[in-house]
Design a binder for this molecule. Structure first.
Ligand code: NAD
Length: 320
């Protein structure tokens, strides 16, 4: 039985990935700095380890064939735009140590989870942005330290492949959403934050949107994401690859879809000052289709139903 490590297994995507890999028959070790927040984890073994520390990375990567490196100090725009140094420091330590420890422990394959946040700000200044291709990453000019660190770790993975023959995969996620993710506390991302605001609002009330809400993004369901991660890991493609949907919506449209799902049709949008990130972003999936012979298929209206219902339940439980 092949043995795999998922770092960040207590987090949103890691949690779903662990379940998926168990279902595929792998022996799975999950590692995180915290206990899984929202449900029991399916891992065969789960360890609490701070992966900023070298000796913990050596322990985490022992006796495994593959590593899925998802651990990161991260959050939505509110968190990313206000914690540059901490994010750069913590994530660089996590990724450089995990990669080197995987090499020392003889791991055969290593998947690094990067982000659409690595793409240059100068290509994302308009809401009707041209979808971003993998090669658009350079000349580099990410908006935040979060994106710069992701680029450094992508480059590290590239050189470990070149110098040591470590078989690496690099995936660039575009706004992943779904149930069992952070939905409150300041680190939540736009889909979860909007689901929470709608769940908390009265019909006829208002919810706050940061900026004019005309900034655009594409959103990818977590079930598609874990399928894409696995397909990439099983491929022989060592260059960075986008993983997202290529349907762009405005944040106002996203909010209206969630309001529709909630059935509280008279909720209105109130635009307030707040961090918005880049003005527009979309994924070019040409390479994804070519390499994996597949692309994410879950419609936003469909994927948000389960997401909204789960967050609505969390809101109700929090209210007691
Ligand atoms: P998440 O925050 O839910 O999960 C990350 C996990 O890493 C958390 O459980 C956290 O506790 C853990 N972690 C943080 N510091 C750690 C440390 N020092 N040692 C061990 N564990 C630590 O985030 P997610 O949405 O599941 O993201 C997974 C990966 O995908 C991350 O690398 C993230 O940057 C990347 N990504 C996510 C998105 C998205 O839309 N969710 C988009 C682009 C990239």
């Amino acid at each position: 039985m092949e043995r795999v490590l998922v770092t960040g297994a207590g987090g949103f995507i890691g949690h779903h990935l662990v379940t998926n890999l168990r279902e595929r028959g792998y022996w799975v070790r999950g590692v995180d700095i915290k206990e899984p927040e929202f449900s029991e984890i399916d891992a065969d073994e789960f360890e609490i380890l701070d992966l900023r520390r070298w000796e913990n990375c050596l322990e985490a990567t022992r006796d495994v064939d593959h590593v899925y490196a998802l651990a990161a100090d991260m959050g939505g725009m509110g968190f990313i735009s206000a914690n540059h140094s901490t994010i750069l420091h913590n994530n660089a330590l996590i990724n450089l140590h995990t990669l080197e420890a995987a090499r020392e422990n003889g791991v055969s394959r290593y998947l690094y989870t990067s982000s659409a946040c690595i793409y240059p700000e100068y290509l994302q200044e308009n809401a009707d942005v041209t979808p971003l291709k993998e090669e658009d990453a350079y000349p580099a000019a990410p908006q935040d330290a979060y994106g710069w660190e992701k680029l450094i770790s992508e480059i590290a993975a590239h050189y470990y492949n070149l110098d040591y023959g470590l078989d690496v995969r690099v995936v660039r996620f575009h706004n992943i959403y779904g149930p069992y993710g952070t939905w409150t506390g300041g680190r939540e991302k736009a889909p979860a934050a909007l689901c929470r605001k709608v769940a908390e609002a009265e019909n006829g009330g208002t919810i706050e949107i940061w900026g004019d809400g005309e900034q655009t993004r594409s959103f990818c369901h977590v079930d598609d994401t874990v399928e894409g991660i696995y397909r990439l890991m099983m491929s022989d493609y060592t260059e960075p690859l986008n993983l997202g949907r290529d349907r762009m919506v405005t944040i106002n449209e996203l909010a209206r879809i969630i309001i529709e799902i909630s059935g509280k049709h008279d909720i209105r949008l109130k635009h307030v000052d707040g961090p918005q990130g880049v003005r527009g972003r979309n994924s070019d999936n040409t390479k994804l289709r070519e390499v994996l012979g597949w692309e994410p298929g879950t419609a936003l209206e469909e994927g948000l139903v389960g997401t909204y219902r789960w967050i609505e339940k969390q809101v109700q439980e929090a209210r007691g």
